[in-house]
Design a protein around this ligand. Structure first.
Ligand SMILES: *Cc1c(COP(=O)(O)O)cnc(C)c1O
Length: 358
C-alpha cells in the first residue's frame, strides 16, 4: 500500500476480503483459541488470542501502514504507553516528559513507574535548549506530546530528535493523527495513540496503539503486549478499524469546525487565550465562568474524552487533568477545552453563544 496516497491507504489499509465467502470486510474473529491439526501446527502466530487474533492483526497492520512502521494494539491508550515505556526503559533509567501533557501519562510515570525505579524530568518542550539541558547519560526516552493537552502547544519533533542525545523519542500523536503529522517520518522512533479518540472516532471503544520504526523494537513491544496481556478484544478492533476508514474525511470536518469556532471565540468579550493549533478539532480558551458555562451547552456534551464525531466540552482542571494538580503540568481553573465534532459549524457557534450569554 505504500505507493498510495493517504486517503486510499485509510480506506484499504490492513483489509483483505474474507477468504471463504469473499466478504469485503473480514469477520470479527470472536475466538479465544484456535484448533491445531497437530502439536504446533497452526496458522501464522494464531495459537491463542492474547498472543494474536486476526481482527487485531488487521488493525495492527492498518495503523502501522498509516504511521509508516510496525503497529501493535492495546486495550487502551494507557496500556499502549505502559507497553512502550517498559519495552524501552529499565529501572534506574531517566525519561524526559513534557510539562503540559495528558494527565494519565503523568500519573503512569509519577505514580506507577517511579516506584519501579524510573526517574523523570518535566520540561517545556517548546524550548529546545531546556530539552538539551534535561538530557543525562542515563536518559533512555524523550516523551513528546504534540499538540499538547490541554494547552495545544505544537512541538518541533525534528528539533527534539536532534536534541535527544540519542535517546529514544516517542510521540503521542493522539491529537494530530497521521492525517496531519507522521512522527516516524519526522525522525521519531515511536508513535503512541489513544485509539479511543480520533482513530476510532465514534466514542464507542477504548483502545490504544504503538507504532515503532525498528523491527527489533517491535518484537520487544509485542513481548510486553503478550506478557502483560492488555490486548483489545476483537469487537473493539473491528470498531476502531471501521473508524480508520473515514479518518481523513472526519479530520477535515473536525479541522473546519475548529477553525470556525476558534475564529468566532476570539471575538467574544470575556473569552481570552483562544488556542487552536491550525489543524484537528481541539480548541481551548479561558473564561472566568468556565465551570458554569460548560453545563449550559446543548450540542457540546459535557464529558471527558475527545475525537468523536460528536462535540464535547470540559474543564480540564476539574475533569481530565486532576492527576497533574500541584505538578509543573497543573492547568488553570478557568480553562475550557472543546473537542469540535463534525456537526454543522453554525450550530456549534450558536450553542456556545447561548452558553456564554446566559
Ligand atoms: C486519552 C489520551 C490518552 C490515554 O488514552 P486512553 O485510551 O484513555 O487510555 C493518552 N494520550 C492522550 C493525548 C489522550 O488524549
Amino acid at each position: 500500500m505504500s505507493e498510495y496516497r493517504f486517503a486510499t491507504k485509510a480506506v484499504h489499509a490492513g483489509l483483505e476480503p474474507e477468504p471463504t465467502y469473499g466478504g469485503v470486510v473480514p469477520p470479527i474473529h470472536q475466538a479465544s483459541t484456535y484448533v491445531q491439526k497437530a502439536v504446533g501446527d497452526f496458522v501464522e502466530d494464531f495459537d491463542y488470542s492474547r498472543s494474536a487474533n486476526p481482527t487485531r492483526a488487521a488493525l495492527e497492520r492498518a495503523i502501522g501502514e498509516l504511521e509508516g512502521g510496525f503497529g501493535s494494539c492495546f486495550s487502551s491508550g494507557m496500556a499502549a504507553e505502559h507497553a512502550l515505556i517498559t519495552a524501552v526503559c529499565d529501572a534506574g533509567d531517566h525519561v524526559v516528559i513534557p510539562d503540559d501533557l495528558y494527565g494519565g501519562t503523568f500519573r503512569l510515570v509519577d505514580k506507577v513507574l517511579k516506584r519501579w525505579g524510573l526517574e523523570y524530568t518535566m520540561v517545556d518542550q517548546t524550548n529546545l535548549d531546556l530539552v538539551s539541558a534535561s538530557i543525562r547519560p542515563e536518559t533512555k526516552l524523550v516523551w513528546v506530546e504534540t499538540p499538547t493537552n490541554p494547552t495545544l502547544k505544537v512541538i518541533d519533533v525534528p528539533g527534539i530528535v536532534e536534541r535527544a542525545g540519542g535517546a529514544f523519542v516517542a510521540v503521542d500523536n493522539t491529537f494530530a493523527t497521521p492525517v496531519y503529522q507522521r512522527p516516524l517520518e519526522l525522525g521519531a522512533d515511536a508513535v503512541v495513540h489513544s485509539a479511543t479518540k480520533y482513530l476510532g472516532g465514534h466514542s464507542d471503544s477504548v483502545s490504544g496503539a504503538v507504532v515503532v520504526k525498528d523491527e527489533e523494537r517491535h518484537k520487544a513491544v509485542r513481548f510486553v503486549q503478550n506478557s502483560i496481556g492488555a490486548v483489545p478484544g476483537p469487537l473493539d478492533c473491528f470498531l476502531v478499524h471501521r473508524g480508520l476508514r473515514t479518518l481523513h474525511l472526519r479530520m477535515a470536518a473536525h479541522t473546519e469546525n475548529a477553525r470556525v469556532v476558534s475564529e468566532w471565540l476570539s471575538e467574544v468579550e470575556g473569552v481570552t487565550d483562544v488556542r487552536w493549533p491550525g489543524f484537528s478539532g481541539m480548541v481551548s480558551f479561558r473564561h472566568p465562568d468556565a465551570v458554569a458555562l460548560v453545563s449550559r451547552t446543548k450540542v457540546f456534551s459535557l464529558a471527558e474524552s475527545l475525537g468523536g464525531v460528536e462535540s464535547l466540552i470540559e474543564v480540564p482542571q476539574a475533569m481530565t487533568h486532576g492527576s497533574v494538580e500541584g505538578s509543573a503540568a497543573a492547568v488553570p481553573a478557568d480553562l475550557v477545552r472543546l473537542s469540535c465534532g463534525v456537526e454543522a459549524a453554525e450550530d456549534l457557534v450558536a450553542d456556545l453563544e447561548q452558553a456564554l450569554k446566559s
